[in-house]
Design a protein around this ligand. Structure first.
Ligand code: ADP
Ligand code: MG
Length: 344
């Protein structure tokens, strides 16, 4: 009898590791293959080409009962662009592939592309191709983004050193709470279609979920200030999970201060209403598309003076695998990932 191993025995990251171990790069111009936010390819004199791809499926990544197609178009570009930014790179070109069932009209696809075009304008990138194929059911969206970075400015997940300062753009936890509110309203609506959604005061977190922005501005600011991040990752799976990736790759530990975690007032409001801890949302929420990066201590003052939307949330230690949250009471709690697992 043939062996059969269930996917959930390996999990997403175990599976990726297995694929990567079995397919090592052979070309000398593959500078970095599987394992970071984007692949790094040698294509020119002074710059690397960056390449990243994402697949988003209806019913898994998005729910069209509360997601306007225009927002979805914008969001898929954000998701793709964010991984290029996470290499400290500048996105340039985009392809979008569609798996479409006949449930969708031409007008619906126009809406999707209105969002894609708006995002392309925002990030100054060009839509240069894709693929279109019929699907039995639902909507599948594939995005590939190509970008570039000067060779001496590429930021990997593995460049951080003990004592480097942990920096985080924007605020976290909002997108997750936005999703919880949308799901709640959906259930209310399903039970009683006459009910109107109660989301007016939660516009901020709902927007964070439905139409997130990638932080091109942060990558540009770092460039202008002449600050080189020692490591960088985008916060897509959740701050805890993505911090642990950065720490594992850099072989360092981390201390994060609870009181430094950037949490928006509206995120607190939504968390209270949903009886979810705002700290849990901030650490494990995901889909924030903020940038988590590390800098040398000597760059701290420059960043403090030159930026407005960066929080200094902690520092790195020489104890690999040990990431702790220092609470307001001064206690230390282990930071653990709560990423998703592949389910049957
Ligand atoms: P991110 O959340 O930043 O997109 P992922 O966790 O999805 O990162 O992916 C981590 C790395 O694994 C990336 O280098 C990605 O290209 C690679 N990867 C993911 N899935 C596959 C796959 N099916 N085959 C090959 N490489 C993959
Ligand atoms: Mg990423």
């Amino acid at each position: 009898m043939e062996n059969r191993t269930e996917l959930d025995q390996l999990g997403e990251f175990g599976l990726i590791r297995r694929i990567s171990t079995n397919a090592p790069p052979t070309r000398t111009n593959t500078v970095r293959g599987i394992g970071d936010d984007a692949a790094v390819l040698e294509t020119g004199q002074n710059e690397y080409t960056l390449l990243s791809t994402e697949l988003l499926l209806e019913g898994i990544h998005f729910d069209l009962s509360y997601t306007p197609l225009k927002h979805l178009g914008y969001k898929i570009v954000t998701v793709g662009v964010s991984d290029i930014l996470a290499m400290n790179g500048i996105p340039q070109h985009l392809t979008v592939s569609l798996g479409l069932s006949n449930r969708f009209s031409v007008e619906a696809i126009d809406e999707l592309y209105a969002g894609i075009r708006a995002a392309c304008a925002e990030y100054e990138i060009d839509l240069v191709g894709g693929d279109t194929t019929p699907a039995r059911a639902g909507l599948a969206l594939g995005v590939t983004v190509v970008g570039s970075v000067e060779k001496d400015r590429v930021a990997y997940r593995n460049g951080a050193q003990p004592n480097d300062i942990l920096c985080l753009s924007g605020d976290v936890g909002g997108a997750y709470l936005g999703l919880q509110l949308l799901e709640r309203e959906k259930q209310v609506f399903l039970e009683n279609p006459d009910m109107q959604p109660q989301l007016a005061e939660h516009e901020y977190v709902v927007q964070r979920q439905l139409r997130p922005d990638a932080r091109l501005d942060v990558v540009q600011q770092l460039r202008e200030l002449g600050v080189m991040p020692t490591a960088m990752i985008d916060v897509s799976d959740g701050l805890a999970s993505d911090l642990l990736h950065l720490c594992a790759e850099s072989k360092v530990g981390a201390k994060v201060f609870e009181e430094q975690l950037p949490i928006h007032d509206k995120t607190f409001l939504a968390a209270t209403e949903l009886s979810i801890s705002p700290i849990t949302a901030a650490l494990n929420g995901g889909e924030d598309y903020e940038l988590l990066f590390t800098i040398r201590q000597q760059d701290y003052q420059t960043l403090l003076d030159g930026t407005t939307d960066i929080s200094f949330i902690g520092y790195l230690t020489a104890e690999p695998g040990q990431a702790a949250l220092v609470t307001k009471a001064g206690e230390q709690v282990d930071i653990i990932a709560q990423g998703w697992e592949i389910r049957a």
